[in-house]
Design a protein around this ligand. Structure first.
Ligand SMILES: Cc1cc2nc3c(=O)[nH]c(=O)nc-3n(C[C@H](O)[C@H](O)[C@H](O)COP(=O)(O)OP(=O)(O)OC[C@H]3O[C@@H](n4cnc5c(N)ncnc54)[C@H](O)[C@@H]3O)c2cc1C
Length: 336
């Protein structure tokens, strides 16, 4: 175990896994002056990563409806880090809307979350003209942002290289073969050493239409899942995401119907949209659905569950603080 008296400020760092967790670790360690090598078994397209399938919402206030306060604490810190390192990240906020039959769930969502203002129908259509006349009111979380995973991952990788780091794609790494500080960010693949990890399936669909314009993620209150529509640019929208205790990677007819139905409920013009892609990813989760940094002979960062994009920057900052100063975050770190 690394001790405070064990300065490793300039040790080389090997990071396994270039998904959102590993990429942020590599960026902060490289910028802090470490010789960083990032190993990734996927090619640069990152199709083997759960991160490839994500919505990319940076939504600590909305997520408070169904998560522990630590997600909010780390998430709000991460927003600062996204802003600092990627100033072009859109922080246009998020909208939450509901149809009349889900009114009670909408009010419950409003009560369980902070950071929002309530908009009437006029306020909603001022913000998102495409939603004019669609909903009686909505909740606007002005401080939230979103990134496009398939664009931001390559940007992160480029920044790591610009900071002097090396990335080895198509490279299946084994921690036992690596020197220096090893940070394991393998997501669900780390189950060989952390058997309590499980995969929580999230399904998504990408559609294309020029009939709807949105500037921010729109969440539709739904009795089972937080369904949302995220604008992706080029007239594309991601519809997400189910949350199912299963580890196959297909998309069921039922889920597809629910996701497409949610889009149609947000705006009927989605009925004419072209389906571009169906897909799913397995969110790596511990039994408590909370992230964990485990410090043993190596450091493991995992369990990012539904919040990888939201939490990865803050988790990287914590790991760096531990390696450089021995700083321990009692809520997130476990020293074995
Ligand atoms: C549909 C869906 C929507 C989501 N929406 C959001 C959202 O809006 N906001 C949000 O914050 N989160 C969201 N998430 C959650 C987020 O995607 C995950 O929390 C995150 O991707 C986990 O990142 P990770 O880096 O831990 O794992 P991964 O992205 O899976 O990365 C692990 C990497 O390790 C590599 N690897 C494994 N073993 C090895 C090895 N031996 N050698 C080399 N490389 C190896 C893998 O190839 C992989 O690339 C969503 C998830 C899904 C499925």
């Amino acid at each position: 175990m690394y001790q405070k008296s064990d300065p490793r400020g300039d040790s080389p760092v090997s990071i396994i896994g270039a998904g959102i967790a590993g990429a942020w670790q590599a960026l902060l360690f490289a910028q802090a002056g470490h010789a960083v090598t990032l190993y990734e078994r996927s090619d640069a397209e990152m199709t083997l990563a759960t991160s490839h399938w994500a919505g990319g919402m940076l939504a600590p206030w909305c997520e408070a409806e169904a998560s522990e306060p630590v997600i909010g604490r780390l998430g709000i810190r991460s927003l600062d880090l996204w802003r600092e390192h990627f100033p072009e990240t859109p922080f246009n906020g998020s909208l939450v809307v509901a149809h009349a039959r889900d009114r009670a769930d909408f009010e419950r969502f409003a009560k369980l979350t902070t950071g929002h203002v309530r908009l009437d129908a006029r306020g909603l259509s001022d913000l998102e003209p495409s939603l004019d006349g669609r909903f009686r009111d909505g909740l606007f979380y002005a401080g939230e942002g979103h990134v496009e995973p398939r664009k931001v991952l390559p940007e992160l990788h480029a920044r790591i290289e610009a900071a002097g780091g090396t990335i080895k794609f198509d490279c299946d790494a084994d921690a036992r073969d690596l020197d220096g500080i090893v940070i394991d960010c393998r997501g669900l693949s780390a189950r060989d050493e952390q058997p309590e990890l499980r995969g929580v399936k999230g399904e998504m669909i990408i559609v294309e239409t020029n009939e709807v314009e949105l500037s921010r993620p729109v969440r539709l209150i739904h009795p089972r899942w937080p369904l949302y529509v995220i604008p992706r640019g080029d007239n594309k929208f991601m519809l997400g995401a189910t949350s199912i205790e299963a580890e196959d990677t297909g998309v069921s007819v039922r889920s597809a119907l629910e996701l497409l139905g949610a889009a149609y409920a947000v705006h009927p013009a989605f009925a004419e949209a072209r389906i571009v892609e169906f897909g799913s990813g397995l969110r790596p989760a511990y039994p408590d659905n909370l992230p964990r940094i485990t410090v043993d002979r190596k450091i493991a960062v995992n369990g990012l569950y539904r919040h990888g994009f939201l939490l990865a920057p803050a988790l990287a900052e914590l790991t760096l603080g531990y390696v450089q100063r021995g700083a321990i975050d009692n809520e997130v770190m476990r020293c074995v």
